[in-house]
Design a protein around this ligand. Structure first.
Ligand code: NDP
Length: 476
């Protein structure tokens, strides 16, 4: 598949390629150009040229186009989902959810076109101010491999509705579905150059984008270290930034919780997408009164998860996305074992057997009795491994939950309103769920504090972040 620059399929200026492989089988799915600085320059120039006319359209016209694109994504959802599974690994039903999630977010932004009205400020005799919002210009979006289609929607929807043009860099292991969806936006009538996709490595294409003087904002989702580097590079031109850098979400289950419901919450919260979600449940804190019952139920459910190629019917968990992921997850569990940090209840190793030998399959893993200062609680585990701690009371749960450099999401499972209040007021996170985890609807701002990043995606908050105010001061 080729890149999309100025509305046309573009090979790499340097004519070299990246092979995109199926993480379940190791087979090649397709290849994409290994883009260069010249390709980034060409894409930014195209976006810059397209910006004026695009930003002059009404927001309603831009919204109608997003709605048309959403319809096309829905129309083609089966093919898109299959391609996503082949490049990313997740089970087909999760890919279908994700593709629909992308259509939902485009539709959501279409639906709020025209609603953000700006403001007026009455200054008495001195005058009145009309405060309007204008787009930033050319923006850059850098996409990770874990949920590439949904996260593309999170960035493309608000950026384009606000009137910006965009250069998007997909992750090197999952560029294909992103390119297909960019093609659909084009087919829906997006003018050439408004959305460009440059494939290639983070070090080359990603950094060239971040360094480019004409880029006004970077929206990045990915690893913390990369986020810090991007922040440093973007500082040179005072670019606006949205950084979504992951998390180590705690899930707190109190003694009064609906236990079967909470078990299902933990199962989905940790093992959906093979645990490769920034806001997955990464630490489980169980009240000691229900810990035994909870772990019995959870272990039984975890051991029943059907692992396999995401394209096969009945698969509940696919492979990890890439070799580096497999190494990271294997090492994290190996080191916990070496340091005797907890007891492995189930899992703890790659899946063996003929059908798994060419893929990155890791067994869903539960580690119990983890000491509070263990590395598995401190670091983000981006895979199907869940450390569990037992706590005597809510105060301890909150203290332990806050013992993390991250602050993306957190959940509490309880029927008691004062418990909800305590958690909401005291746990450091951008979103606190009650009797839920993971759900991130388009209307709801999403993002975290501390090392989890800067800014918010979704809702009006994301739309605002792709604009700046411009004020007309009428001095009467
Ligand atoms: P990265 O941060 O390296 O990758 C995310 C995106 O950034 C990719 O498109 C990547 O390109 C690009 N990129 C990489 N380096 C640079 C750079 N210097 N400048 C600009 N762009 C760059 O994540 P990894 O793939 O290394 O994943 C590692 C870990 O990151 C995971 O284990 C997890 O902890 C975290 N992560 C968090 C995510 C989240 O949702 N918050 C999503 C994905 C990962 P390329 O693919 O070409 O390297």
């Amino acid at each position: 598949m080729e890149m999309l620059i100025n509305g046309k399929a573009a090979p790499a200026a340097n004519a070299t390629w990246i092979d995109v492989k199926n993480p379940a089988t190791g087979e090649s799915v397709d290849r994409v150009p290994r883009g260069s600085r010249d390709d980034v320059d060409a894409a930014v120039e195209a976006a810059d040229a397209a910006f004026g006319a695009w930003s002059e359209k009404t927001m309603r016209d831009r919204g109608l186009l997003l709605a048309r694109a959403a319809e096309m994504v829905r129309r083609d959802h089966k093919q898109l989902a299959e391609l996503l599974t082949r490049e990313q690994g997740k089970p087909l039903h999760e890919s279908i959810d994700e593709v629909r999630g992308c259509a939902n977010i485009l539709e959501y932004y279409a639906s709020i076109a025209g609603q953000p009205a700006g403001e007026t400020v009455n200054l008495g005799k001195a005058g009145d101010c009309l405060v309007t919002r204008v787009p930033l210009g050319v923006c850059g979006a850098i996409i990770p491999w874990n949920m590439p289609v949904l996260i593309m929607g999170w960035k493309v929807g608000p950026a384009l509705l606000a009137g910006n043009s965009l250069v998007l860099k997909p992750a090197s292991t999952t560029p294909l579905t992103n390119l297909k969806i960019a093609g659909l936006l084009q087919e829906a009538g997006l003018p050439a150059g408004v959305l460009n996709v440059v494939t290639g490595t983070g070090e080359m294409v990603g950094e060239a984008l971040v360094r480019h003087a004409k880029i006004k904002k970077i929206s990045f989702t990915g690893n913390c270290a990369t986020g810090h580097r991007i922040r440093a590079l973007a500082g040179d031109h005072l670019k606006a930034l949205t950084l979504e850098l992951g998390g180590s979400d705690p899930m707190i289950v109190m003694a009064d919780a609906d236990i079967p419901r909470a078990v299902e919450g933990a199962l989905r919260g940790r093992f959906y997408n093979a645990g490769q979600i920034c806001t997955a449940v990464k630490r489980l804190y169980l009240h000691e009164k229900i810990a035994g019952e909870f772990m019995h139920l959870l272990t039984t459910r975890v051991e029943s998860i059907k692992i396999g190629n995401g394209l096969l019917a009945g698969t509940e968990m696919g492979p990890l996305n890439n070799a580096a992921q497999m190494d990271r997850i294997s090492n994290v569990v190996q080191e916990a074992t070496n340091r005797a940090e907890g007891k492995i209840l189930t899992g703890g190793s790659p899946v063996t057997g003929k059908e798994y030998e060419n893929g990155f399959f890791y067994r869903p893993t539960l580690i119990a009795d983890v000491p509070p200062d263990a590395a598995v609680l401190r670091d983000e585990i981006f895979g199907p491994v869940l450390p569990v701690m037992t706590v005597p009371d809510l105060g301890t749960a909150i203290r332990e939950a806050n013992r993390s450099q991250y602050g993306l999401g957190a959940s509490v499972w309880t029927r008691d309103l004062p418990t909800v209040k305590e958690v909401f007021q005291n746990v450091h996170a951008g979103i606190i769920w009650v009797n839920r985890h993971l759900t991130v609807p388009p209307e709801v701002p999403f993002g975290g504090t501390n090392e989890s990043g800067i800014g918010r995606e979704n809702g009006f908050h994301a739309l605002d972040s792709y604009t700046q105010t411009k004020t007309l001061f009428l001095g009467w």
